[in-house]
Design a protein around this ligand. Structure first.
Ligand code: TYM
Length: 334
């Protein structure tokens, strides 16, 4: 707890352009939860270098991502929005937790297996221990709740396991975090192949809607979205393309799938796809406008970056010192 509030932590990688999946699966929920909790939202740039990055590009994307957090509606005066690399405690705790994590556990991580396949020329140790760094992110702030899309559930499970193991040896050091999944939008699929998650790194540009896509591009992508030949708008497993579009629509409008199905009853696929596209474009337009405005205000952003890194560092330091003491590192002489 900080004051009388429970603590929330979440983060996103500054790799590639943010997609509608990132927005509906995570960022949108962050905004709706931000009044209830004391929140830490990190741009997790340490995670990004587990795959090769162009340094100038990474710096630019990280700044854009931080700006997008604010543009999406997170008030940086109330929420701690910061770069992971500005708080050294993440890497320090990660090392300690590595010594409490088994290789057998890491071997089971599906995201590692997928990424190793994709980047077979660079299967580095950081890619392998990535979930431990993620556990450190969360545990460093004693987070109670972690809003994520469903693809991160396995990482949340290992975080809980590591925390419980540590606590069972040293007493109550870490809060055991819970994942928070939104009602709809926890898993947005590719518009071109609804069996695959919508991803920043998809090579097919029509598969993902990016947060900064303009209206025409968004409408064009929805027009081309893959559906089926069943000519019926209903929410079921046999129609993954239609179901995905309904999920997107519901996540944007807060409607239930039943309400949405009723609304589009008797409508053709073409009309339905356009309606979903329009809704998405309307949802993203204010975020894009604010992003443009904020991007011009260098001084304001720099101030946020500095102040929030100090705030995050303060809370991270508290946990880190406690952990260092527990494992037996000598006290610092001041
Ligand atoms: P990342 O950067 O891949 O994704 C950021 C967030 O977006 C969610 N997401 C999706 N949700 C629904 N549908 C999709 N198609 C979709 N694609 C992505 C992700 O679940 C995530 O919530 N390892 C994390 C970053 C991270 C983190 C953390 C998250 C590092 N440390 C600590 C929470 C807490 C990642 O790579 O997310």
């Amino acid at each position: 707890m900080i004051g009388d509030k429970k603590i929330l932590f979440s983060g996103m990688q500054a790799t590639g352009n943010l997609t509608l999946g990132n927005y509906l699966g995570a960022l949108k929920n962050w905004v709706s939860l931000s009044d209830q909790y004391e929140c830490f939202y990190s741009v997790v740039d340490l995670h990004s270098i587990t795959v090769r990055q162009n340094p100038a590009e990474l710096r630019k994307r990280a700044r854009n991502l931080l700006t997008l957090y604010i543009a999406a509606g997170l008030d940086p005066e109330k929420n701690c929005i910061y770069y992971q690399s500005h708080v050294s405690g993440h890497a320090e705790l990660s090392w300690i937790l590595c010594c409490f994590t088994y290789m057998g556990e890491l071997n089971r991580m599906t995201q590692f297996k997928d990424k190793a396949k994709k980047h077979s020329d660079n299967i580095n140790a950081g890619l392998y221990t990535y979930p431990v760094l993620m556990a450190a992110d969360i545990l460093l702030y004693q987070a109670d709740v972690v809003p994520v899309g469903s693809d991160q559930m396995q990482h949340l499970e290992i975080t809980r396991d590591i925390a419980q193991r540590f606590n069972s040896i040293y007493g109550d050091v870490f809060t055991i975090p819970e994942a928070y999944l939104g009602k709809s939008g926890a898993r947005i699929m590719s518009l071109q192949d609804p069996s695959k998650k919508m991803s920043k790194s998809d090579e097919n540009v029509n598969a993902s809607v990016y947060l900064l896509d303009d209206r025409d591009t968004i409408l064009r992508k929805f027009k081309r979205a893959v559906t089926d030949s069943m000519a019926s708008i209903s929410y079921n497993e046999e129609q993954p393309g239609i179901r995905n579009l309904l999920d997107i629509y519901c996540a944007c409008t807060q409607k239930t799938p039943e309400e949405a199905v009723k609304e589009f009853d008797q409508k053709g696929y073409g009309e339905f796809k356009m309606a979903v596209g329009e809704t998405v474009a309307d949802t993203l337009a204010p975020v894009q406008k604010r992003f443009e405005e904020l991007s011009k205000d260098k001084e304001y952003l720099d101030k946020i970056i500095k102040e929030n890194a100090e705030k995050a560092g303060y809370y991270a330091g508290k946990t880190l010192r406690k952990v260092q003491k527990k494992v037996g590192f000598p006290e610092r002489i001041r």
